[in-house]
Design a protein around this ligand. Structure first.
Ligand SMILES: Cc1cc2nc3c(=O)[nH]c(=O)nc-3n(C[C@H](O)[C@H](O)[C@H](O)COP(=O)(O)OP(=O)(O)OC[C@H]3O[C@@H](n4cnc5c(N)ncnc54)[C@H](O)[C@@H]3O)c2cc1C
Length: 364
């Protein structure tokens, strides 16, 4: 008999949250190729919760996650993970289209000057999304891993799936050190490597494409920025938010196709970010304190993929979380766990149609 019922590939937020939802009932192993879980996308996010992001279907997962993120059950975490700051969607022309389920209101120039002091005159109006919040990503990810282990789950780091073969209703996973592990189910939560893990398991890849995004921490000659709203534009060319009293996190909203890798920022993207930032506010720039990049991985229709593969039994997809994998993780993990275990959906996601996220949509 196999030692485990499920092997989850990847210990980022997707693997950790799915694992935490199933470990009490099924013997579950997470394998993570890096020395610690969260090294890739999960540890590099911009850490915000934005209900309007990703379109109406993603918004359902985000909205369903909100209560869990702000008031988690006590045995999961003593503290909530959200800190509300609001988001100002700037525009030079048309206001952005935002799903009607998301609370917003129009802000005219005078109020805009108060919300974003030093804003340049060409920005005349904006849409304010008051519910936007910071997410404490490290604490959320740690809480999921803690819940997973407490429920009996096992995490092995520094362990990479090389190949997986299926025979007699069971997967044999071959690791980089030559050893093997067996389980009837394989869950692919490998982030940017999701298609590679599929191919290594003789499963047809779905076209999950990693795209690099750059983040810059800037020190500027202005103080009182910590509680500044997130500021972005309706054309999707930048965003920034206050980090410390005189520091901000800034992104040029880049989306550079790349192979799965340990992503690093390029000088040109940092320069682009700064140039765009200079078009928004008159704050003098002191210096770049640090910069980093991470991969956001998208399915061809930019919706995440949750469900069993249609061609190969026992292979479960939990991939394509794009730029919303943290904010959707509570609801997505509940939905994915229900699908994996073949159970009724949890009340948190009972009204969300899982077919929208099924890999079946690619075989039609
Ligand atoms: C710059 C940036 C900003 C972002 N901002 C936000 C935000 O504000 N809000 C939000 O909700 N989301 C945001 N995201 C998106 C979010 O970070 C991702 O959607 C999420 O982290 C994806 O989680 P994951 O577990 O799928 O991937 P990862 O965290 O990358 O985890 C996948 C893991 O699988 C492991 N793995 C791969 N192949 C193998 C193998 N063969 N064997 C074993 N292990 C393997 C990898 O080592 C990796 O650790 C942002 C992302 C980036 C890059």
């Amino acid at each position: 008999m196999s030692e485990f019922d499920v092997i989850i590939i990847g210990g980022g937020i997707a693997g950790a949250s799915l694992g935490a939802e199933i470990a009490a009932r099924w013997r579950t192993l997470i394998i993570e190729a890096e020395e610690y879980c969260g090294y890739h996308s999960t540890g590099r996010s911009a850490a915000f919760y934005l209900e309007s992001y990703g379109g109406p279907e993603v918004a359902k997962l985000t909205l369903a996650s909100r209560d869990f993120l702000s008031n988690p059950r006590e045995n999961f975490s003593g503290d909530g993970f959200l800190r509300v700051r609001g988001d100002v969607h700037l525009t030079r022309g048309r206001l952005p289209d935002i799903p009607s389920s998301v609370e917003t209101r129009v802000v005219e120039r005078r109020e805009l000057e108060k919300l974003v002091p030093g804003i340049k005159p060409e920005w005349k109006r904006a849409l304010l999304e008051p519910g936007c919040a910071d997410i404490d990503v490290a604490s959320l990810h740690a809480a999921y891993l803690r819940a997973f282990r407490r429920a009996g789950g096992v995490v092995r780091t520094g362990v990479r799936l090389q190949r997986a073969t299926r025979e007699g209703g069971e997967w044999t996973v071959q690791l980089a050190d030559g050893s093997t592990i067996r389980a009837p189910l394989l869950a692919n939560a490998a982030g940017a490597w999701a298609d590679g893990v599929a191919a290594a398991s003789s499963v047809q890849p779905l076209g999950i494409a990693p795209k690099r995004r750059t983040m810059v921490q800037l020190r500027v000659g202005r103080s009182g920025l910590r509680d500044l709203p997130l500021v972005d534009d309706s054309e999707g060319s930048f965003y920034f938010k206050g980090e410390g009293d005189s520091t901000i996190w800034l992104s040029p909203h880049d989306e550079i196709p790349t192979d799965p890798c340990d992503a690093a920022p390029e000088e040109i993207d940092i320069a682009t970010a700064i140039h765009r930032f200079e078009q928004v506010v008159d704050w003098p720039i002191d210096r770049v304190e640090r910069s980093w990049a991470g991969l956001r991985s998208f399915a061809p229709d930019r919706l995440p993929v949750y469900g069993f593969d249609t061609g190969v039994p026992g292979f479960f997809w939990c991939a394509g979380q794009g730029g919303f994998g943290i904010q959707t993780s509570p609801a997505a993990a509940k939905m994915a766990a229900g699908l994996l275990l073949g159970e009724e959906p949890d009340p948190m996601v009972a009204y969300i149609d899982p077919d929208v996220f099924s890999p079946r949509r690619f075989s039609k």
